[in-house]
Design a protein around this ligand. Structure first.
Ligand code: ADP
Ligand code: MG
Length: 323
């Protein structure tokens, strides 16, 4: 896997020409590669070029329904955030290990979360490095008993993951947790340890009653543990051609509760998502522009509150360097 940030994307992000991006790369001595006349680079060059400061965040992709895009969005957003220069940790908690497979990690012999809770293995000792600034805590089928381990061990839910994650928070700008399609102890404990929960919903499987179950669960947790758990929705697999997609979008926008929780960005249906998994790549490994890349870029910026740099900031940066 080798995710790429293109110079043309950098140009539109910075509001400068591609030539100006090339010039900055050269004057700053940043590494880049070229393929068929297209310039691209990875995480460390982005750090030098964009120099973004991130507000650290722990984000859990959760919803009881399967197949709505938790894993796909977690994977793509993690890769894109890393490409903007964020230090990212992904935690796979689904016993199916789809996120682990997406990163091409074989977890059979590796320690996973259940070993942390059962055997007292340190959470940091389960971390696998994927690429520069991008790490993963993998998952395998044994994580299916996380709920039981939590219950039998009488671990207080609010402490199961929270302190363990606390030590890692300092090392990362973004921690992304991919949850199983369930509402058990483990998922609840993750909700209590996250800064925000993102629930992907799709027009095809959309139901307000299904959504209500998830939100009610969060409300219960908030009341029982006297805390706030911010909850956001993202519409995924949006098909511009179907009226259903537009109807669901407008239902959500107008909804008194869900309207304000909805990400402005919706992610269009794109074959790039299933294709990327089959080819064991991220959607940002190839250089073709696509709706999937555009949407994930917008979603990542919205989530991390990444603002387009103003031209004065850029010229200040250049002036600073010249001085
Ligand atoms: N925007 C999208 N367009 C097309 N297919 C998608 C999109 N998002 C996800 N998929 C596909 O839908 C299926 C389920 O997605 P996945 O991320 O595994 O969902 P979950 O983790 O919620 O079960 C996968 O085959 C995935 O490739
Ligand atoms: Mg999944």
């Amino acid at each position: 896997m080798k995710a790429k940030f293109t110079a043309s994307d950098a140009a539109s992000f910075l509001g400068i020409t591609i030539q100006a991006v090339h010039k900055q790369l050269k004057t700053k001595g940043l590494e880049f590669e070229k393929n068929q006349n297209r310039v691209y680079f990875g995480h460390s060059t982005s750090c030098g070029l964009f120099n973004l400061k991130f507000k650290p965040k722990t984000v859990a992709f959760q919803i009881v329904k399967g197949g709505t895009g938790k894993t796909s969005l977690a994977h793509a957003v993690a890769v894109r955030a890393n490409l903007y220069g964020a230090r990212v940790l992904c935690i796979d908690l689904d016993q199916q290990g789809n996120l682990t497979q997406a990163f091409q990690v074989n977890a059979e012999e590796l320690p996973v979360m259940v070993d942390v809770l059962k055997e007292g293995i340190k959470l940091q000792d389960t971390i696998v490095n994927i690429s520069e600034g991008l790490d993963l805590i993998p998952s395998r089928i044994e994580n299916a008993i996380l709920d039981n381990v939590i219950m039998l061990g009488r671990f207080p839910l609010e402490h199961v993951y929270k302190e363990r994650l606390q030590t890692l928070r300092k090392k990362y700008d973004l921690i992304i947790i991919d949850c199983p399609p369930a509402l058990g102890q483990s998922v609840a404990a993750i909700a209590l340890s996250s800064d925000v929960i993102i629930a992907p919903v799709t027009p095809e499987e959309f139901s307000l009653s299904g959504l209500k179950i998830s939100t009610q669960e969060i409300l219960n947790l908030e009341q029982n543990y006297k805390t706030r758990i911010p909850f956001r929705l993202v519409l995924n697999k949006f098909d511009t051609r179907t009226s259903l997609s537009h109807e669901v979008l407008s239902t959500l926008i107008k909804h008194p509760i869900y309207g304000e929780k909805l990400f402005k960005t919706y992610v269009r249906a794109s074959q790039e998502f299933p294709n990327s998994i089959t080819s064991s790549e991220s959607i940002f490994d190839n250089l073709k522009s696509s709706s999937a890349k555009e949407d994930i870029d917008l979603l990542t910026k919205e989530l991390l509150e990444i603002q387009k740099k103003s031209s004065s900031e850029i010229s200040l940066g250049t002036l600073g360097e010249a001085a």
